[in-house]
Design a protein. Sequence first.
Length: 171
Amino acid sequence: MDSSQNVTVIDTHEPYVRAASIVIDAPASLIFDLLAHPARHCEFDGSGSVQGIQPSLQLGASRLALNEKFTMSMKRVVPYRIQNEVVEFEEDRCIAWCHVGKHRWRYELEVLDASTTIVTETFDARTAKIPAALKLMNAYNMNLNSIIATLPRLKTLAEGEHRKQVANGEL
């Protein structure tokens, strides 16, 4: 079974926004903790571009907070580093970051019950410096495909960690 079948693509009715969601059988706090630790991003990134965090270049704490800056090692054809800044942050509910281009990657968490969460990932270029240029680069379709690949990976990771916590009596 293709794991992307669990993903629901959302029609945002916005030309510069792409989004999809997935139901994850894990508490929002556990999922948010994965999202708020950039060193974990390469574990669930579906784009294949996130290689890891640059610890020596990271500013601030290892867990993200509003206005926190962090630098990631990336690779899209060639390796590069990019500094991001957290621009939205509501504990266990929403986290978003952007880099110099100002378009945002956002995760929103909606609690269904104590151990079930809907996660919506959004690529939002309404804040981009030049949103039309992203269209020329096919960034909208590429990011939607990355979202569709990322969400099942995040689901697998979070549900696995949740099962371990339950088995170890940590919850």
